[in-house]
Design a binder for this molecule. Structure first.
Ligand SMILES: Nc1ncnc2c1ncn2[C@@H]1O[C@H](COP(=O)(O)OP(=O)(O)OP(=O)(O)O)[C@@H](O)[C@H]1O
Ligand SMILES: [Mg+2]
Length: 229
């Protein structure tokens, strides 16, 4: 009974996931984890322990060699390409270490792009609203090269959240930022969970980033070593 209750709150449920890459690297070796809505879950551990591999499963960008990954109630390796694309576009936002904004588009156009791809209406007004949420509406018409690193990452967060995804997957979101810019980005990630109810799963090497998490998952050699709430 209680188990079912907690499962229903999980945006992502990972059960006994193994991942072996071509060439034989066993990147995940029996990982089970629940990622709840409205909370920030941080994946910690030294380089090569499997954080990005696990994030790729959480974002339906890759699949386990065995085990189950359930995102928003759907088991990812049972979906066809069209269903996977729909799952990623509707339910998941991504933020990366190097921002990955399109250089020839303005800040506003970068944020608008996921909506255009999804065939949404009122794309410009919605994108502008999200830029306002990250306090960058004044930079709507700037190109990425005209923004600071911290501003670029705020645009990337606005883009990741523009379609109200249930899940935000962030890989080293402050890895390329100075402390002050990193703090602003972390505050936004925190707000996404607390205000929008987003399930945030974030890989990080930074103590500041780990500090804003509700749950700290320490990984080692493809396994979960400890979970601290
Ligand atoms: N595409 C791939 N093909 C083969 N091996 C891979 C691939 N991606 C990752 N690996 C290996 O899998 C293991 C886990 O890598 P992963 O990228 O998940 O680590 P990480 O915890 O994110 O590390 P970092 O903190 O450096 O980003 C490593 O041994 C890595 O070399
Ligand atoms: Mg990584």
């Amino acid at each position: 009974m209680f188990q079912q209750e907690s499962d229903r709150k999980s945006a992502i449920s990972i059960r006994e996931a193994y991942k072996t890459y071509e060439g034989g690297v066993e990147a995940l070796r029996g990982v089970s984890l629940e990622i709840p809505s409205g909370k920030v879950t941080a994946l910690l551990g030294r380089s090569g322990c499997g954080k990005t591999t696990l994030l790729n499963l959480c974002g339906a960008m890759d699949f386990p060699s065995s085990g189950i990954v359930e995102i928003a109630g759907q088991i990812t390796d049972k979906l066809d390409d069209a269903q996977l694309t729909a799952l990623r576009r509707r339910e998941i936002g991504f933020v990366f270490q190097f921002f990955q904004l399109l250089p020839s588009l303005t800040a506003l156009e970068n944020v608008e792009l996921p909506l255009l791809l999804a065939g949404a209406r009122n794309t410009e007004a919605t994108a502008l609203e999200r830029l306002r949420w990250v306090e960058l509406e004044g930079k709507a018409n700037s190109l990425p090269t005209q923004l600071s690193g911290g501003q670029m990452q705020r645009v990337a967060i606005a883009r990741a959240l523009v379609h109200d995804p249930r899940i935000l997957v962030a890989d080293e979101p402050t890895g390329n930022l100075d402390t002050a810019s990193g703090d602003v980005v972390l505050a936004l990630i925190r707000r996404a969970a607390s205000e929008l109810g987003t399930a945030v799963v974030m890989a990080t090497h930074s103590a500041e980033a780990a500090a804003i998490a509700d749950t700290r998952v320490r990984m080692r050699d493809g396994r979960i070593e400890s979970v601290v709430q």
